[in-house]
Design a protein around this ligand. Structure first.
Ligand SMILES: Cc1cc2nc3c(=O)[nH]c(=O)nc-3n(C[C@H](O)[C@H](O)[C@H](O)COP(=O)(O)O)c2cc1C
Length: 327
């Protein structure tokens, strides 16, 4: 592992070596992955909904604890706008607190309702959002850091589809808490750009799917490794909540339904249901499922250990800093 080169408010907040945050990834961000990220000097977040039961999630936390060499890792909590849909989230939060989790990446709706419990438990929380307005309200609710997502991101890039470069040039300046930039990231050049814009670090997600410690089938990873930035599709615009996903048969089918103006969600369900995606990761058949994939898939090279990917990003950023110093 490369020793610390870039110390920022984010490395201090999480007690990590590098300003690299590996965002939660449904089905994929498990104990093996987040502990590899921890050992490589970044921080990763386990996605509790990926496991069959809450007790399986607890087991993953214990495994991550054992495999992280005492380095930090966290939990990703997706908050729904509908309180009744957050019942399971309360269970995940209970288990996280019982198991001594110290870091949470929240996403989706405002974390405000959960902040008293999170803060009473001494947990540091970083909230992920797509607009300055939501970032300010999360800061006011007491979060410790913000991830601001740009339109290039895999998953839900937000309604306004603001590019990461513009987010970076507008959001950090308006907030007191540290800000990390997400969406389309995967290189050391971009890490330097994030720091130049006033952010305290960068988020990686799509770039990491090809890492050796991610359990997905090698055929799936090999397919991603051959893709370019244009190989994603924006789907589900018709429901007002777009997702950036892999270009494949399932996403093409969804786009056809949208073009026909169909608004009955049931017509979409066979193509977008999460279990289909899980199967695709299991058997390597990338043609099915609507996997969150960002434009950063362009940077997903061959299958390599997490540590190699992170070391290369930090080394490249250091080389860019030297080049800039010489200008
Ligand atoms: C396969 C995959 C699954 C994801 N699942 C989640 C999730 O469960 N919760 C969440 O908050 N974000 C999720 N995200 C979003 C990432 O954490 C991150 O915000 C985003 O992907 C960053 O953009 P990038 O993919 O261009 O790096 C997922 C992203 C990917 C690629």
């Amino acid at each position: 592992m490369i020793p610390q080169i870039f110390r920022t408010r984010i490395t201090d907040l999480f007690g990590i070596d590098h300003p690299l945050i590996c965002g939660g990834m449904m089905w994929l961000a498990d104990a093996a992955y987040v502990s590899a990220v921890a050992r490589a000097g970044g921080i990763g977040f386990i996605t509790p909904r990926s496991f069959p039961t809450p007790e399986d999630f607890r087991e993953q936390l214990r495994m991550a604890h054992d495999q992280s060499d005492g380095k930090p890792f966290g939990v990703n909590l997706y908050i729904s706008a509908r309180p009744e849909a957050n019942e399971l989230l309360e269970t995940f939060l209970d288990i996280s607190i019982e198991e001594g989790v110290k870091f949470i990446e929240s996403a989706g709706f405002s974390p405000k309702a959960f902040m008293p419990r999170i803060k009473d438990a001494g947990i540091t929380v970083m909230h992920k959002c797509t607009t300055l307005r939501h970032a300010v309200s999360a800061q006011n609710a007491g979060v410790d850091a913000i991830i601001i997502l740009g339109a290039e991101a895999g998953g839900h890039p937000g309604r306004d589809m603001i590019g990461t470069m513009v987010q970076g040039a507008t959001v950090p300046q308006e907030l007191d808490v540290p800000v990390v930039l997400a969406g389309g990231m995967g290189t050391g050049r971009q890490l330097m750009a994030c720091l130049s814009l006033g952010a305290d670090g960068m988020v990686l997600a799509t770039r990491m799917i090809v890492s050796a410690e991610i359990w997905a089938h090698p055929d799936y990873k090999k397919h991603l490794a051959g893709l370019n930035a244009g190989d994603t599709r924006l789907i589900m615009n018709i429901f007002g909540d777009s997702s950036r996903v892999l270009s494949n048969e399932s996403s093409a089918k969804v786009l056809e339904l949208e073009a026909e103006g169909i608004t009955d969600y049931e017509a979409y369900r066979p193509h977008v249901q999460g279990t289909l995606q899980k199967e695709a990761y299991e058997d390597g058949d990338w043609t099915k499922g609507t996997a969150s994939i960002g434009q950063s898939v362009a940077f997903a090279g061959g299958i390599e250990p997490v540590e190699t990917i992170i070391d290369d990003i930090i080394a490249e950023a250091a080389a860019v800093r030297d080049r800039l110093n010489g200008l």
